[in-house]
Structures are given as C-alpha cells and as structure tokens.
Write a protein that binds this ligand. Structure first.
Ligand code: ATP
Length: 510
C-alpha cells in the first residue's frame, strides 16, 4: 500500500514566548484528502512545516503509519515519503521545466542521460494530472503554471503523502477543479494521501474527505467533511458567536459615474522574458472612481503589462500617460501622481524579508517629509505610524520590530496594503491581491480597494479569479495573447461569456 497514514500527537510549536501551534492532534487517513482550514495566522503553515521537519516541534510527535518518527529535516521527511508543495515558489529560474523536475529529486547525477531522462519525463507528463511544456523556462510561466510546476515536481517524486499549502489560489476555477479532482483520484486510488491547506469552503466540501480547523494555534474541529457545512466550518474558524458576520461583505459599491481618465495606455508593446512579444498594441484607459478588471488565462501578458506599467520591465513602444502626462513610473512620478502598486507575491516583490514590519512600511516614505528632516530619518515617528497601521489594518505580528518574513501570507499582504494605500493613492495597480488569503482577509482587502474606488481612485486589477473580478470591477477586459479581446461592463459579464473570450474567442469586426 502506497498511501500512508499520518498522525500528529499533541504537536506544539513556540516561537519565543508565542505559541503558534498548541497541542494539535490530527489524523490523515490513508488514501484520503484532508483539508486544513483556519484564518490567517491560525498556525496552518506552522503545523505542516513541523510535520515535514522544517520546524522542530517544541513538544509532541509525528507518527507515520502508526510509528513515531523523528523528522529533523525536510530530507528525512522526503525519505519517509512526505512531499510538500509550498505556497511560495521554489522553482529554479533559468532552468527549464524538465530540469526543474529532475532537480526535485535533490540530487543531480554526474552525467545526465538526456535521452533516458527525457523519455522518463515525457512518460510522467503523459500521466500527470496536467501538462506543461518541458522546455519552458519558469520566467515564461504564469503564477498558475508555476503552481502547477510545484505540484508536478512533488508528484514526480511519487510521495506517499502530499502536503499542499493553498494549491489553487492562482488557478482558474476550471484549473482548480482539474487539479483537485486529479489529486483526489490519486488519493482514492491509494497512490498517496493528501493534506491540503485551503481557504475555500467550496474546495473542502467538493474534494476533501476529512477536515481539521485551527484557531489561534489550537485544533477547533476535526472530522469527516460529510458531518460539516460551510456555516459550521466558518463558526469553527472564527469561534462561536461570530459566525453570523463571516458571510457579510464589509463594503458597498457606491453608485458613481467614472471621472476623468487617470491612466491611459496607448498601443503599448512589451517583450516577454525570451524576447517574444508579450503585450501587443494594447490600449486601455482607467478613469477615476473606476475599477477595471483584467481577466485572462495566466500567461497571456498580464504579468508583463503590470510590470511595464510599474517600471519593472522595459516598454518597447507605445505610450503610457497618467493625468495626461507621460508616465515612466519613476519614484518622483509615483509620488506626484499618487500611483501605487500591489504586486503578486508581495513578500518577494514588495518587501525586504529580513527587515522589520516598520522598515517595510516605511519603504515608500522614509526619506520624505515629515519623516526625514535635515537628512535625518525620524525612525521613532515611523515606528509609531507602523503601530497605527498594524492596528488599523489588523496586521497580526509580534510587533513592528518583527522581521516581515515571519508574518503569515495574509498579514504580509495587509502590511503592504497599508503602505500602498496611505496618502490617498489615486491610481492603484493591483495583481492577484488575495492570493492565499482567508475569507476575512479577502473581505478586508476587497473593502479597502472598493473604498479607494469610492473616493475616486482609479484601480487596475489583474486577477485570475473571475469571481473576484465580477465582484469588484466596474468594467472587465479580457486579455488573450497579449491583446485585449473583449471589453464589457461588469454588470453585463458572466463567467461563461468571459470564459469564452479567455479561451481565445475574439470580439468580431474590429
Ligand atoms: N519563524 C517565526 N517566528 C516567529 N513567529 C512566527 C514564525 N513563523 C510563524 N510565526 C507566527 O505564527 C503564527 C502562525 O503563522 P502561520 O504562518 O502558521 O499561519 P497560517 O495559518 O499559515 O496563516 P496564513 O493563512 O496567513 O498563511 C503567526 O502569528 C506568525 O506570525
């Protein structure tokens, strides 16, 4: 029998005086999909990292097939057949998909017989739940495709238990169903057991056999999914008595006519990482008080477009204006035009991990008045402001001096959002803003974006989540192969109609 049984027994993890994981005992039955739910900061990542030897538990133990095991490192975990797909990407840039898959084994043979290796990889791909081109470079892959590569890397190792941290957060609904369906089939065929962190109740109800809920580090519920409802799960996540509030969106869309054009993009051309055209003759404008959503299958130029707008990628030709003035995303222009960006994976793209929360919150403004005077940075005042933001945005951190990389994903996102929304941003460039967040954080962040729009900010929102676009956007455009192929008021759009354009259909005639 290949799929294994995993138990944690009274597992506890403390960081200093803080208890991130408190006496947690769960059982993943062989050949099942076990979902792990909890709010941001509840301890889900800490639990799985303790299982795979990335964290050493302070107390308690891990049992594999009923035997207590000392898992001192991820290498030991792998030898026991435990595979882990992390939330952040671990693909090696500059290496192809094929090379990344081979590297997943952790050892490189002295001589690679590429003919044999290639045949093996092709055979693996043929039976894999989803396909990627073996010769593609990670730089060419969208967030969704990178996520698939992370999963393929682990499946290639034929694990007996596969642990996934938010595997579907950057996948389209169709891709998510494809991936989760395939994982469930593998589990039920006893190929491997699956332990999966997710924030999506729909996925738990549709694909998981068992579920455990963490709240503030402790086990709040565990058992069969069949015995649960989304309401009972939500109540377990946030605590009894609070369950009534969880489904209420915290924001409203004010009815308003869009104002002047804030951002105008005119026949913009941008190259991809391999020098291929990624954005082609793209024209688009965003008005004040309007959220324009960009839908599309990942990898159709959205990433390159947003990077070009934010000044992180060269523009080949075309013109970008903000307030009618040429815009190159220089620091001074961003300040004067009040342009702010929330890139995907903010820990890697918008933060300096080892620096404190306060330092990261100050990155935009530490050298400006009133925070710097006569060449001196007023760190005391910046720390004070950081404390205010931490309270206002509900950032869960052990303090403003904690390194930002010790925060959970949702809390990094909130910290970056506090920084980027400060000073009445007038143009927000946002990419997949709720990647990996629980429903409370999603509602919170959507509320912040809507509030910015309601007070007249222009928002350009790239999302691979159609539901997010249908909820938030005033207007939705679809990008396909670097072009805009469809442009529709959000109120007239449906998942089906957008999906057809995402699949390559074009608006006729022009
Ligand atoms: N290395 C560390 N040092 C100090 N505190 C930590 C460390 N790692 C995690 N924590 C804290 O432990 C708590 C639990 O974090 P964890 O990442 O496990 O939450 P999570 O449930 O996975 O959240 P999310 O859904 O946002 O990813 C958080 O308050 C976090 O700040």
């Amino acid at each position: 029998m290949h799929a294994l049984q995993l138990e944690t027994y009274k597992l506890t993890k403390r960081f200093g005086s803080f208890t991130a994981l408190d006496d947690v005992s769960i059982t993943v039955r062989p050949g099942t999909v076990h979902a792990l739910l909890g709010e941001n900061g509840a301890g889900k990542s800490t639990l799985v990292k303790a299982i795979v030897g990335y964290h050493r538990p302070t107390e308690g133990s891990v049992l594999v097939d009923g035997r207590e095991r000392e898992i001192g490192s991820p290498v030991v975990a792998r030898e026991l057949g435990l595979g882990m797909v992390y939330q952040h990407f671990t693909v090696v840039p500059g290496m192809t998909v094929a090379e990344n898959l081979l590297l997943a084994r952790g050892t490189l043979p002295m001589v690679v017989n590429w003919k044999v290796a290639r045949a093996e990889l092709q055979a693996f791909m043929a039976t894999a739940p989803f396909q990627l081109p073996l010769d593609a470079q990670p730089g060419d892959l969208s967030a969704g495709e990178k996520q698939k590569l992370e999963i393929l890397k682990q499946l290639f190792l034929k694990p007996r238990l596969l642990i996934l941290d938010e595997p579907t957060s950057v996948l389209t609904p169709q891709e998510a169903d494809e991936v989760l369906g395939a994982l469930r089939d593998q589990a039920h065929a006893m190929d491997c057991s699956v332990l999966m962190i997710t924030h999506k109740f729909r996925e738990v109800m549709a694909y998981a056999d068992d579920v455990s809920v963490l709240r503030k580090g402790a086990l709040a519920a565990t058992g069969r999914v069949a015995d649960q409802t989304p309401v009972s799960l939500a109540a377990a996540m946030v605590g009894e008595g609070a369950s009534g509030v969880v489904t209420q969106p915290k924001w409203t869309r004010e009815i308003r006519e869009p104002g002047d054009v804030k951002l105008a993009i005119d026949t913009l051309e941008v190259m991809g990482d391999r020098g291929e055209p990624a954005v082609r003759a793209l024209s688009l404008s965003v008005r004040r008080g309007e959220i324009v959503g960009i839908a599309g299958v990942s990898g159709n130029g959205q990433r390159e477009l947003m990077q070009a707008l934010a000044g992180q990628r060269a523009r080949l030709s075309g013109r970008v204006t903000v307030d009618g003035q040429a815009f190159l995303a220089r620091r001074a222009e961003n300040r004067v035009r009040k342009v702010r960006a929330l890139p995907e994976e903010p820990l890697g793209n918008a933060c300096v991990g080892p620096l404190s929360v306060a330092h990261n919150m100050a990155l935009r403004s530490f050298d400006e008045l009133p925070w710097a005077r006569g060449g001196l940075v007023r760190w005391g005042a910046l720390r004070e402001r950081a404390r205010e933001w931490i309270a206002e945005y509900g950032v869960k951190t052990q303090g403003e001096r904690a390194p930002i990389r010790t925060l959970s994903g949702g809390n990094v996102q909130r910290a970056v959002l506090a920084r980027e929304l400060a000073g009445e941003a007038e143009l927000l460039l946002v990419s997949n803003p709720v990647f990996g967040l629980d429903f409370a954080a999603v509602a919170e962040i959507h509320g912040r974006l809507m509030a910015a729009r309601n007070r007249g900010a222009a928002v350009l929102l790239v999302s691979e989540d159609l539901d997010e676009l249908l909820t938030l956007a005033d207007r939705i455009v679809v990008m396909s192969e670097g072009r805009i192929v469809h442009d529709v008021p959000a109120a007239e759009a449906t998942r089906q109609s957008l999906g057809a354009f995402m699949g390559g259909k074009h608006d006729g005639g022009h």
